[in-house]
Design a protein around this ligand. Structure first.
Ligand SMILES: Cc1ncc(COP(=O)(O)O)c(C=O)c1O
Length: 553
């Protein structure tokens, strides 16, 4: 009895030690904390000098802000007008427009940079918005765009021609599916495949099957990793319910290996190899860019060694190792992260790009984990369906995508991928450093993130300078820049020039002015103080201190 209790205590302690010290490492606490953060915002006077900037700096910032805002209004007139007519009816748009910058600054920014959500066409590495502005695309369409938009237009057009005689007949397969299955199994090195409509669903199915076959309850995910928006893989803020059968462990840490080695309730480990760029940190978005604490660095060998260790412990303990390659699959190389890091998983999920531009989620796995029934227990099944799974048009575009993978043109894009993109990042960093700009790039191949080298409250403003310079960013701003592989040297040089000139303009407008004693720690302390003040408002609703609050209006 005592021995059992002691073992339980030991396992509990081991689990605690394997949690990352950040809030992201403590999902329950993160959810509770999210519920406590009060709304408050900076009024116009404070907006430009929340870091204590003197009058002339605040005035320069204001002038720069208003200049960009005027340019924005002039350039995006039609788009802003049309967006204004629908934003009240599209919840997604309301959400993304609110969370582009830290919430304290958000309303004032929204008033001066109204969202324009419409884009009319794409070509080469550019998109053209409703007002005819041609922008270099660094959104990557959430990572879908690996080979350039024209490539996907071709896949969709040719794929549709191939399957149009069948049309939307569901349940049965169009013959192109046979090729897709064969190629996916070759590429993944797995035995079986299942088709889904999104990456989220592919991950759900992988975890469900792992639980079914191991008869264990828990999944392990690593701190900060995104695996779609299903509840069990999103245990922290953003999910109204706690995920009870999920362990969130420290990435690249021996303490996590000890948990995997000793617990008996772990069915699977989910790995998103994109985390190699920023282990234990969530996908970086500019709405959390409250200081300059964002850091990222990719070490291919170190991450490869970590995956080898995970592979070994999972094999020893009968835990299903799942690589979630929805983002990085086909982007790091044809064989994805498995090939790139030289480690084989038990199951792999793909998505985004693999259906040639149409919606998709794919699960490939070893036969022993993919089967949805038991020979000896006919009623004990693992259910998974989906009306649109294997839709003929999706299969048609996937067929074209997989065929083109073998072409010389695509092989050429994959050639020297690391050397090309690491070289481009290095060269840009050298220019940023030479220009004494507090901006640096960290990259995992074509997936880039912007880091800031000096403490500041205003780094999120860079996204507006970049947009003004003709660069399209997704709603997370400078947190994630995604290049397609078809960027030529000349096109990249143009983007690099624009990044440099945007950062220079931001510096000239005074946003990176800082008191010498300012640190990221002091910024965080100040924010905490503001939040406490905002929670402690006077009985009549007026907040204590100089900040304005909706309650006081
Ligand atoms: C690694 C990873 N897994 C799963 C998903 C979810 O895919 P989807 O958005 O298609 O549901 C994403 C999406 O960004 C992802 O990056």
């Amino acid at each position: 009895m005592l021995a059992v209790l002691l073992r339980k205590l030991h396992l509990r302690l081991q689990l605690s030690r394997a949690k990352h010290r950040s809030l992201a490492g403590h999902a329950r606490m993160a959810r509770r904390f999210a519920g406590l953060v009060p709304f408050y915002e900076y009024g116009e006077a404070q907006f430009f000098r929340v870091d204590g900037a003197p009058d002339e700096v605040a005035a320069a910032r204001r002038a720069g802000f208003m200049r960009l805002s005027a340019l924005w209004q002039q350039r995006h007139k039609r788009n802003v007008e049309l967006t204004g007519t629908v934003i009240g009816g599209i919840s997604d748009l309301q959400f993304t427009s609110r969370y582009r910058v830290p919430f304290q600054f958000s309303r004032f920014v929204r008033e001066h940079f109204k969202s324009g959500a419409f884009v009319e066409s794409s070509s080469g590495v550019s998109i053209i918005d409703l007002d005819g502005n041609r922008l270099y695309d660094l959104t990557g369409s959430y990572g879908m765009n690996v080979f350039g938009y024209d490539f996907y237009k071709e896949c969709i057009a040719r794929g549709s021609e191939r399957v149009c005689d069948l049309g939307p007949v569901l349940g049965a397969y169009h013959p192109v599916t046979a090729f897709n299955v064969r190629r996916l199994l070759e590429i993944s090195g797995m035995d079986e495949v299942s088709f889904h409509m999104s990456g989220t669903e592919a991950v759900m199915q992988a975890v469900r099957l792992a639980r079914y076959h191991t008869r264990r309850s828990h999944l392990v995910r690593f701190c900060g990793a995104y695996h779609g928006w299903w509840g069990d893989v999103q245990p922290g803020a953003g999910n109204p319910l706690a995920a009870r059968e999920t362990y969130t462990l420290k990435d690249m840490d021996a303490a996590a290996l000890r948990v995997l080695e000793n617990r008996r309730d772990i069915a699977c480990v989910l790995v998103n190899p994109l985390q190699a760029l920023h282990p234990n940190v969530s996908a970086p978005g500019d709405s959390t860019l409250v200081d300059s604490g964002r850091s990222a660095h990719f070490d291919r060998e170190a991450y490869g060694r970590w995956l080898e260790k995970l592979r070994a412990v999972c094999s020893r303990r009968g835990i299903v190792l799942i690589f979630d390659e929805v983002f990085v699959g086909f982007r790091l190389g044809m064989g994805g992260a498995q090939e790139y890091f030289g480690v084989r998983a038990d199951m792999v999920t793909y998505g985004k790009t693999v259906a040639g531009g149409l919606p998709i989620g794919v699960l490939c796995g070893r036969a022993q984990y993919m089967r949805r029934f038991r020979e000896d227990r006919p009623a004990d099944i693992c259910f998974a369906r989906g009306t649109f799974n294997s839709h003929p048009y999706v299969m048609g575009a996937m067929y074209e995508f997989l065929h083109r993978l073998d072409s010389d043109a695509v092989r050429a894009l994959y050639a020297d991928l690391d050397a090309v993109w690491n070289g481009r990042a290095r060269a840009l960093n050298e220019r940023l450093s030479a220009a004494q700009l507090p901006v640096r790039i960290a990259n995992l191949s074509t997936i880039w993130t912007v880091c800031y080298t000096q403490p500041s409250r205003y780094n999120w403003m860079l996204q507006y300078y970049l947009r003004a310079a003709g660069i399209a960013l997704s709603w997370v701003g400078t947190g994630r820049l995604i290049f397609s592989l078809n960027y030529t040297a000349a096109e990249f040089a143009e983007v690099a020039d624009r990044i440099l000139s945007a950062a220079r303009a931001m510096q000239e407008d005074g946003w990176w002015w800082a008191q010498p004693q300012l640190t990221n720690k002091s910024i965080k302390r100040r924010l905490l103080k503001e939040m406490i003040q905002a929670r402690c408002s006077w009985p009549d609703g007026r907040p204590i201190g100089s900040m304005s609050s909706p309650r006081s209006k």
